[in-house]
Each structure stands twice: as C-alpha cells, then as structure tokens.
Design a protein around this ligand. Structure first.
Ligand SMILES: [Zn+2]
Length: 449
C-alpha cells in the first residue's frame, strides 16, 4: 500500500506539472502568437497576404494587388503617411506595416497564418488618421522638414502624423541611401527623435514654480532689460520686456524671466519636476517605445541652469512626449495614450493606463496660461471660431543653423478635443513658422474631422 501511495503522489505531481505547462503554453500563444508568427524569419509570408489599410473615412492607404503592395492614389498622401503606414521593404520599423503585421495578415491563434474565412475578415486595418488632414499637414511644412502630430485627447485617436523628409513608397528615389536630403529618413521624427525645445520648455519651468510657490507663483516679478548676467555671462532675451509677472512673461516668452526663475527654483527641483512631467522616460505608443526627452542639470552652473530654464543648454524634447504633455494639461493632468486604430485589443487594453504628468491644479493653471497666450498674444483670429486654442510657441536656437520652431497646444472646446505638436526645422521663428503651419493644420482638422 505504501508503494502505491508513493506512486500516486508522483503521478499527481507529474499531472499537475503537465497541466501547468499546458496552461502556460496556451496563455503564451494567446498573448504572443501574433508576434512569433511575424518574426523576421517568417518574412517569407511576404506582402501578398497583407490586408487593406484605410483611413478613418475609408480611403485606401495601402492594399495588395496581385503580389504588389500599392498605396494611396494621392502622391502627397503617400509621402505624408510614409512613417505611419510604412513601406514595402520594411525600412520604417515603427510603421503600421511593420508593427501591426500580425493584424494585417489576419493571424489568429486558432488558424495561425493560414488563409481561412476567419483571417480574410480580420486582415484589414482601419486607422484613426484622416488622410485629408495629413495631406494638409505635410503641405503646411512647405519646403521645410519637421514633425506633426494631432490627436483627440479624449479617446486617443491620432488624426494626423507626419515626419519630413519623406519619400514616395511607390517611387523610391535612387539616391535614397546616399543623398543628404534623405538623411535619417527611416526614423519617424515624432516617435524616435528629439530636438532642442526652446521656449516650449517654459511650460515645465512654470509648473516647477507652481509646485514650489502654490500661492505666489503668479505674482512673481522679474525685470527684463533685454539681457541679464547670470553666472558670469549674459542670457539674452528677444525683447526688452520691463517688469514681468508670470502671465506676461509666459505670453512674451521672456528669457530673462525664466532664466532667473530657473535659478530661484534650483537645478535639483527643476530636474525633478521635468522628470515628473515625462522627461527621461520612454513613453509607449502601442508596442513602440518612443525616444525619451532629455534633461541633465547635474553639472549645470548658474548660467547653464538659466539657459535650461528657457529650453536651451542640453535639454531635448521628443514630439510624441510633448503631445502627451499637451493631452495631460487638457485632461486635468493625465493623458490618454495615443492610438492609430480603435479595434479592440484585448491584451493591450489590460496594460494601458492613463498616465499622470501634472497635478490637476497645475493642469488647470497651465491651461489658463496657454489660453491667455492665444487670446492676448498670438491672436484667436489665426484659428477657426470657437476652438479656444491654448498654445505655446518656441524658437530653439541652434549653433550655425536657423532655429527649430515649435507650436504646441490644444483646443479647450469639448466639441473639438484635439491636441497638437508642430515642429519645423530651420524656420524663422516659433509663431511665424510653426504657428502659421499650426493654423493651417488646425483649420484642416476643423474642416475634415
Ligand atoms: Zn524679456
């Protein structure tokens, strides 16, 4: 009897192990099967069985005809969506055709990648993008390079995403790999690069002041005489603004004010606030980890801290992160993660959490300041009636190059809940270059969505 008892215990243990293993296998297959099936060593699956990609209005963005992958009929739409839809050779690794390949082949865990009724139904993808807005955004950049992203901050739908330079995936230029004009073209500037922020960083410096002096930040005054000596050398302003309080300095984008404010806040506290607001963190865009914005004030002297407070020194901003920050300010401090498709993703839904970047009161105060900028400084006339645009411009100075121009913000009208980031390289100035591009893009959003 004792022997039989021992044997049955061993059998029970083996049975339990077997069941645990089987459960693990099924769970892994459910969660990762699509990714496993789409690994590069399975690329023999090719593009011939990839489904259609359409925009939010049902316009074809990519489809397969015979063995050939074809894209939108409109060349500007094709260029404007190169980094979002992707190319046929898989060079744009953050595009939909690279990252959502499993969805496009209609892979599912019962039938695998075999062609069945099930996957021919599931192989198509409808994106949240408006190709009309994307075309307008590409055109708004004119001859310049840059990045644009617009999204609905209430549900995460990305309406437009542009990275320039781009090329036509149906007429790939012969000098793509050699021409200086296409340098870095395979990287999406919205997701995978970072740029000197200039004055849009004053949003962070101001938030640090709000945290430190919750009752007096608004009335804090500094005097701008066009420049100020800090730590042995001068920090220059674009104007001579005289006595400034927070609202005036934010609207005038006064460098003297924010350089002095950064020094009063101190390097450690400004660093910590920037990190709380997402600097140094790789934010998620679906399965993609974006390039983190950068700040390191550990070795900054007083003058360098002053320049950091106005978005210069070594600070760098990732456009996707700036969009998340705008979404958070519009939403009371937390942002809804941007998305390119609203089709139900069971496992994705479980780990997507709304992330907090500011407190509710900071979001509310910053929103009022950004709104005041447009009402009192940039002009509501730039934008469609009633959109209540809240925004900050930025002109980031670079050595030996024209400035990087930014315009970031959102509409405070609940009927048009869109946040936007426009970054234009080698422009003239924040409001002149990026502000005017923003006006055209927001006009297109208002007309098309
Ligand atoms: Zn000034």
């Amino acid at each position: 009897m004792r022997t039989v008892g021992k044997r049955s215990i061993v059998l029970y243990i083996l049975l339990c192990l077997f069941i645990a293993g089987a459960v693990w296998l099924v769970i892994s297959l459910l969660m990762n099967g699509g990714k496993w099936a789409m690994q590069p060593y399975n690329y023999h699956l090719g593009t011939s069985n990839l489904g259609e990609i359409t925009d939010r209005d049902g316009n074809i963005l990519a489809k397969t005809e015979g063995d050939v992958r074809v894209y939108s009929e409109n060349e500007t739409v094709r260029r404007s969506l190169l980094h979002t839809v992707g190319d046929t050779d898989g060079m744009i690794s953050t595009s939909v055709q690279a990252t959502m390949r499993a969805n496009l082949t209609g892979y599912n865990f019962i039938t695998g990648v075999n062609n069945t009724v099930l996957n021919s139904l599931g192989g198509n993808l409808k994106l949240t993008i408006s190709s009309a807005v994307n075309e307008a955004a590409y055109n708004a950049l004119g001859d310049r390079n840059g990045a644009v992203i617009v999204y609905d901050y209430t549900n995460g739908d990305v309406i437009s995403k542009v990275s320039k330079p781009a090329y036509d995936p149906m007429n790939i230029p012969e000098d793509l790999q050699t021409s200086e004009a296409y340098k870095g073209v395979f990287l999406d500037k919205v997701l995978s690069q970072r740029f000197v922020p200039g004055s849009i960083f004053k949003i962070v410096t101001e938030a640090a002041a709000m945290e430190l002096w919750p009752d007096t930040w608004q009335s804090k005054e500094y005097n701008c005489e066009g420049s100020v000596e800090i730590g042995g050398s001068r920090i220059t302003c674009l104007g001579t603004h005289g006595a400034q309080n927070a609202y005036q300095a934010f609207g005038n984008s006064c460098n003297v004010y924010y350089a002095l404010l950064a020094n009063e806040i101190g390097a450690e506290r400004l660093q910590k606030k920037a990190e709380e607001m997402g600097f140094g963190e790789s934010l998620s865009f679906g399965d993609i980890k974006c390039e983190p914005s950068f700040i390191d004030l550990s070795a900054a002297g007083a003058n360098q801290l002053g320049w950091a407070g106005v978005g210069q020194y070594t600070t760098l901003a990732n456009p996707y992160h700036m969009l998340a920050l705008m979404g958070a300010i519009a939403n009371g401090g937390t942002y809804v993660e941007p998305r390119l498709t609203d089709s139900l993703d069971l496992f994705g839904a479980l780990d997507s959490t709304d992330k907090r970047l500011t407190t509710a009161s900071e979001a509310s105060e910053l929103k009022a300041m950004l709104r005041n900028n447009v009402e009192e400084y940039y002009g509501d006339w730039l934008f469609p009636d009633g959109m209540q645009i809240c925004a900050k411009s930025g002109t980031a100075e670079l050595d030996g190059k024209k400035p990087t121009c930014w315009f970031v913000g959102f509409s405070a009208n609940p009927e048009t809940p869109y946040a936007f980031v426009i970054m234009v390289e080698e422009g003239e100035g924040g409001i002149d270059t990026a502000g005017n591009a923003a006006a055209a893009i927001i006009g297109a959003v208002n007309a098309n969505v």
